[in-house]
Design a protein around this ligand. Sequence first.
Ligand code: ZN
Ligand code: ZN
Length: 289
Amino acid sequence: MISFLIENVLPSLQSAARAILLPLPFFALLGVAVKRRTLFTDLRRALPETRTNLLIHVVDAILVAPILTAMALSVGALFREYDLTLVPPGAWDGLPPVLVGFVAVFLGDFIGYWRHRLEHLPLFWPSHAVHHSDTEMTWLAIFRFHPINRLSTTLVDFTFLLFFGLPPYALLVNSFVRHFYGAFIHADLPWTYGPLGRVVVSPAMHRWHHANDPAAYNTNYATVFSLFDGVFGTFRVPGRCDIPLGVSDRMEPGLVGQLVHPLRPGSYGFLRQRLRQRLSAFRKEAPDA
Ligand SMILES: [Zn+2]
Ligand SMILES: [Zn+2]
């Protein structure tokens, strides 16, 4: 296992650098076109949060990505050995690759929608809260995930997609589209897409998901298709989002504070509180001994 980690660290760091450098010209041009004179002021303000995003990305590359590769290989081998797919792999062969790729993204987003809803439950929230803690959200917020959250997210999405027996190229299309579109909706853009925003997730819609406002909590879970939020009653886009972002959880800023947050018992205080309420309700209901 140790040698596997060492062998994979260098390629992991290289692909982590590519994940930043390849989309960088696109987002730089977009920033100039949309923000013009305010670009540098906004960039300067977002600098501390950007530093944290990049540091988490490096931790991800060194620690999480090699573990994820090993886990994905094991899950794939398990599916092959026990033939766990619900759809025979050959079923996709006669269909146009564009359609198969589209189906993979659609299914991937459906799975992601429900996984994301689970991440907002009290038990899983402390590790997901790290993603929400960026108060100056830019496209680089796509890299801010706690290692626990990164592992669970990728493993859940990948495992559930394997049940559909999709060809490897369709799985790649799903990862590529959902990752890069995910980066796009985290960019600081005011667009709501008008009526189209009911079908496709807009940057304003995802910004509302990150808003530090009780009215915005538990809404806008999809990454690509906002129609999932519409169908399941979680769609909420009152217009462009100009209110403060972040979380109200007590979380120390910087890399260490972020990494430690879901490991501290204090981050689960609300669970203890809920348990205490249940116990006192049970004692009141129970007859005297
Ligand atoms: Zn979330
Ligand atoms: Zn997000």
